[in-house]
Ligand binder design. Structure first.
Ligand SMILES: NC(=O)c1ccc[n+]([C@@H]2O[C@H](COP(=O)([O-])OP(=O)(O)OC[C@H]3O[C@@H](n4cnc5c(N)ncnc54)[C@H](OP(=O)(O)O)[C@@H]3O)[C@@H](O)[C@H]2O)c1
Length: 338
């Protein structure tokens, strides 16, 4: 089979198309023919060698992908040949708390990912893809989608009428907009672009705030909520936006600490957490149980992931550079059929 390896010493230019033996499934494994895969910022960082963890190379990148089951091991009971499945981000977190995670079992680093013609998955690390989605759409769910779902529903227990503040219009944040809207929330989005704010409103957001034109955007969120603030915050900006997120928070709000798109340096006053009785929570993608719950919601509510662009899978280097430098709205996916 063909696969694309990140070869030592790392760097997007060191992604190489290679021939590898097609693996045979062990007794509780499934072999999938990958139909589509999708990129996350993590993949850019791993390829560049700037990710917070260094993995052994060569490595097949990408945590996210969907495929058709081509072969099953002798004891597989969850899937049959022909099923359409997505792989999970964590290979050994079926459900329950994060204490159940085995940190070395993440797909796309350190375990080989989806950037390949075939991928071998433990049957416990796969879910059926939602029927209402195309392969390209289903490929985008494993990391960004599950992260948003885990934050708002698995942990956040979102209730109708609460306010969700989603920062930026990246992959995680747009899933959060769609899920929050389906959950009956008042949805506020921030963006550096008025055009993207308009598109986020078409997707279901009620209000938008331009964080570039309006550096004190926390105050604007308070004004949009009659002074009450947001109950759930999708915090992807990191230390530089956290102080504004605290300003935008309702009493008892939940701030989901997810990313650091604005940089990893900065400071906050912990007393602001105390004053508003805020809960700040790190979000580690989510479990298979969360993935399955999310897929039911996607099917019932007819939710379709937002796709910014699709590249042939062998053009992954171009796609990673686009993700790194482009002005995106939605996910970047790879088509493995071309
Ligand atoms: N903890 C986890 O489980 C987990 C899972 C997935 C991702 N992440 C992390 O979460 C972050 C978001 O991931 P993603 O896949 O959604 O990224 P993405 O798709 O690359 O998001 C890019 C968007 O983020 C927005 N942005 C950039 N700088 C910002 C800032 N300072 N404040 C607010 N928004 C800003 C921009 O929106 P506008 O163009 O609208 O301004 C930009 O278009 C990344 O840091 C990623 O590594 C963490």
């Amino acid at each position: 089979m063909k696969a694309i390896e990140l070869q030592a010493p790392g760097g997007i230019e060191n992604l190489k198309l290679v021939e590898r033996p097609t693996p045979e499934p062990g007794r509780q494994e499934i072999l999938i023919r990958v139909k589509a895969s999708a990129l996350n910022y993590r993949d850019v960082e791993i390829a560049r060698g700037s990710y917070h963890t260094q993995f052994d190379l060569p490595l097949v990148l990408l945590s996210d992908g969907v495929g058709e089951v081509a072969a099953v091991g002798a004891e597989v009971s969850r899937f049959k040949v022909g099923d359409r499945v997505c792989g999970t981000f964590w290979q050994r977190w079926a459900g329950g708390s994060f204490a159940m995670v085995e940190a070395t079992y993440q797909r796309g680093g350190p375990i080989d990912g989806m950037l390949s013609e075939f991928a071998l998955l433990d049957e416990q690390a796969a879910v059926l893809a939602p029927d209402n989605l195309s392969d390209i759409e289903a490929a985008t769910l494993a990391c960004a989608g599950v992260t948003a779902w885990h934050a708002l529903f698995t942990e956040g227990r979102l209730k109708p009428g609460e306010t969700v503040l989603s920062l930026g219009t990246g992959g995680v944040s747009l899933f959060a907009v769609q899920f929050a809207r389906a959950g009956g929330a008042h949805v506020i989005v921030t963006s550096s672009s008025d055009e993207k704010l308009a598109r986020a409103k078409e997707l279901g957001a009620h209000d938008g705030v331009n964080y570039r034109d309006n550096p004190d955007w926390g105050q604007t969120v308070l004004a949009l909520t009659g002074g009450r603030g947001a109950d759930h915050i999708i915090e992807v900006g990191g230390p530089q936006s956290f102080a504004q997120s605290l300003k935008a928070a309702a009493r008892g709000a939940q701030i989901n600490v997810i990313g650091y798109l604005g940089g990893s340096e900065g400071s906050i006053n912990p007393l602001d957490i105390f004053r508003r009785q805020v809960t700040a929570r790190g979000v580690p993608v989510g479990s298979r149980e969360s993935f399955e719950a999310m897929n039911r919601a996607i099917a019932v509510n007819g939710i379709r992931p937002v796709i910014d662009s699709v590249f042939p899978w062998t053009a992954v280097a171009e796609a990673l550079r686009y993700l790194e430098h482009g002005s995106l709205f939605g996910k970047v996916a790879l088509d493995h059929t071309r």
